[in-house]
Design a binder for this molecule. Structure first.
Ligand code: GDP
Length: 460
C-alpha cells in the first residue's frame, strides 16, 4: 500500500460491534471467555479493555492471537467490540437506528448437536436484521479421536487427523452447511469462502482448547472489513448516539443506564434524550462511569468516573429521572442542536419499534422492546393475533384486558422474562386467564400452542 492511498484515518472508523448467538449450551459463553482470555495472554497487560457490557479487543492483539493469519496493515478497523451478554435475547434488545446494534454476529453451533430451536430462532433474527454472520462450529475437541495440534491453523490440524476422524468431523460440518442451505444461506468451510459475497464461512473451533480461535478472529476481521466500511464511519466530535443495554440501580448513583455509544461522543453534563416507557426522557448526565482496571479494583469502588466516552464504547450513565428508561431504547446527546429536533428523532425511533396489535388476541409482556418485538414476530409467523403488547411486569390491568378476549384460546398472557405481580396472578386465577411464563421464546410459544391444542381437543 503506498502513502498516497486514500485510506481514511482509523479514528473515523469505529470498532465493529460483534454479538454471539446460538442454542443454549452450545458454547457461547465459553467462546467469549476464550476470546477474552486469548487476548489477555497474547497482549501485554491492558491489551483488552473491559467496558460496560462489552469487551474491546484491539487490532494489534487480534493479529498477535491470529499470528500469520492476520496482517494488521491489511485492515483499517481498530479492532472488535464483543457484546458481553451472549444470546439472541440481548441481540434483539440491542437495536440501533434502522436495525441491530451488532454489525456482525457469530452463530455458535455445537458440532455434535447441530441446529436446534434457538439456532433457528437466531437465524431468523439475523435474517430479519440482515446482519452478516459466520458460524463457529464448536466443540471439535469432542470428536472421538481428535488430536489437537498446538498453534496450527485449524484447517491444518484437521488435515493432520486420521482418515476416520476427518470423515467423522467432515460429516458433522457438512450437516451444518446443509442446515444453513435449508435456511436459505449458501455456506462453506471458511477457507473456501472468498470475500464472503453471499457466502457464510463455517469455522471449526473449540472453546475448550482454543483451536480455531485465531481462524475465527481472522474471518471476522475479513467479514467486518468487507461489509462495514461505510456504516462504521463515525464523527467522533459529534453528539453521542447510543442504545440502552440495561437500566439498573448503581450504589451511590441511583438508577443508571448501561449503554453502548455507537457514534459521536458523550460528555459529563451533556443533556441527553432517552427512550422511556412514557416517551422520551430529557435529562442531564451527572456522571459517566467505567469499570476500573481489574488490578485497581478495591472492594468499595468498582467504577471510575470519566469526562467523556467516544464511540464505539460501553459506559454507565448516571442521570436523574431514568426510572422509566427502557432497555433497547435509543439515547441521544443534545449538543449544538435543537432540543425539539432530537426529541422528535427519539420519538421516531421508538415508533419504529412497532408491534402490531389487533382487537382480538392474546396479551404479551416482555422485559425489553427488542424482546417484545422478537416475541411478536414469532407469534405473527404462527398467525397468533396479539391484542396488547407491552414492556414490563404482568399487572392486573393486563389480566383485565386478556379477560375481554372473545375466543377462549385468546384468554392468555404470554410473559417473556418478566415478573407477574401477585395481585395479577390472583386475578388471573379468579378470571380463568391463562398465564404462560418463560425466558426462551420458543418454549413460551410451545407452551401456549399445547394449551390451544388441549382446548381444541376438548371442544371436539
Ligand atoms: P452457552 O449456554 O451457549 O453460553 O454455553 P456454555 O459456554 O455455558 O457451554 C456449555 C457447556 O459446554 C459448558 O459445560 C462448557 O464447558 C462446554 N463447552 C463449551 N465449549 C466447549 C468446547 O469447545 N469443547 C468442550 N469439550 N466443551 C465445551
Amino acid at each position: 500500500m503506498s502513502d498516497t492511498d486514500a485510506t481514511p484515518p482509523t479514528d473515523t472508523l469505529r470498532t465493529p460491534i460483534v454479538a454471539v448467538l446460538g442454542h443454549v449450551d452450545h458454547g457461547k459463553t465459553s467462546l467469549l471467555d476464550k476470546i477474552r482470555g486469548s487476548a489477555v495472554t497474547a497482549g501485554e497487560s491492558g491489551a483488552i479493555t473491559q467496558h460496560i457490557g462489552a469487551t474491546a479487543v484491539p487490532l494489534d492483539v487480534i493479529s498477535e492471537i491470529a499470528g500469520e493469519l492476520v496482517d494488521p496493515t491489511d485492515f483499517d478497523l481498530p479492532g472488535l467490540l464483543f457484546i458481553d451478554t451472549p444470546g439472541h435475547h440481548s441481540f434483539s434488545t440491542l437495536r440501533s437506528r434502522g436495525g441491530a446494534l451488532a454489525d456482525i454476529a457469530i452463530l455458535v453451533v455445537d458440532v455434535n448437536d447441530g441446529f436446534q430451536p434457538q439456532t433457528l430462532e437466531a437465524i431468523d433474527i439475523l435474517k430479519r436484521t440482515q446482519t452478516p454472520f459466520i458460524v463457529a462450529a464448536n466443540k471439535i475437541d469432542t470428536v472421538p479421536g481428535w488430536n489437537p495440534t498446538e498453534g496450527a491453523p485449524v484447517q491444518q490440524t484437521m488435515e493432520s487427523q486420521s482418515d476416520r476422524v476427518q470423515s467423522d468431523l467432515n460429516e458433522k460440518l457438512y450437516e451444518i452447511i446443509g442446515e444453513l442451505s435449508d435456511n436459505g444461506f449458501s455456506a462453506d468451510m471458511y477457507w473456501r469462502v472468498q470475500n464472503f459475497q453471499g457466502n457464510i464461512g463455517v469455522v471449526p473451533v473449540s472453546a475448550e482448547t482454543s483451536e480455531g480461535i485465531p481462524d475465527l478472529l481472522t474471518v471476522m476481521m475479513g467479514l467486518s472489513q468487507r461489509y462495514m466500511k461505510e456504516e462504521m464511519e463515525i464523527d467522533t466530535a459529534g453528539p453521542g448516539v447510543g442504545t440502552v443495554l440495561e437500566v439498573k440501580d448503581t450504589q451511590g448513583f441511583g438508577t443508571t443506564l448501561d449503554a453502548i455509544i455507537y457514534d459521536g461522543t458523550i460528555r459529563n453534563d451533556d443533556t441527553i434524550v432517552v427512550g422511556g416507557l412514557q416517551g422520551p426522557i430529557v435529562t442531564e448526565v451527572r456522571a459517566l462511569l467505567r469499570p476500573r482496571p481489574l488490578e485497581e479494583i478495591r472492594t468499595e469502588q468498582e467504577f471510575e468516573q470519566v469526562d467523556e466516552v467516544v464511540a464505539a464504547d460501553g459506559v454507565k450513565i448516571a442521570a436523574p429521572d431514568l426510572d422509566d428508561a427502557m432497555a433497547g431504547a435509543p439515547i441521544r446527546v443534545i449538543r449544538n442542536r435543537e432540543r425539539s429536533e432530537v426529541i422528535a428523532e427519539v420519538e421516531e425511533e421508538l415508533a419504529e419499534i412497532e408491534v402490531r396489535t389487533q382487537e382480538e388476541g392474546v396479551v404479551i409482556k416482555a422485559d425489553t422492546l427488542g424482546s417484545l418485538e422478537a416475541l411478536s414476530s414469532t407469534l405473527a409467523e404462527e398467525e397468533i393475533p396479539v391484542m396488547r403488547a407491552e414492556v414490563g411486569a404482568v399487572a392486573p390491568r393486563d389480566v383485565r384486558v386478556a379477560d375481554t378476549a372473545n375466543e377462549s384460546t385468546h384468554r392468555a398472557i404470554l410473559a417473556f422474562s418478566v415478573d407477574v405481580l401477585d395481585d395479577a396472578r390472583d386475578l388471573a386465577e379468579q378470571e380463568g386467564v391463562e398465564l404462560f411464563e418463560d425466558e426462551v421464546i420458543y418454549q413460551l410459544v410451545d407452551a401456549y400452542d399445547e394449551h390451544v391444542t388441549a382446548i381444541e381437543e376438548s371442544q371436539q
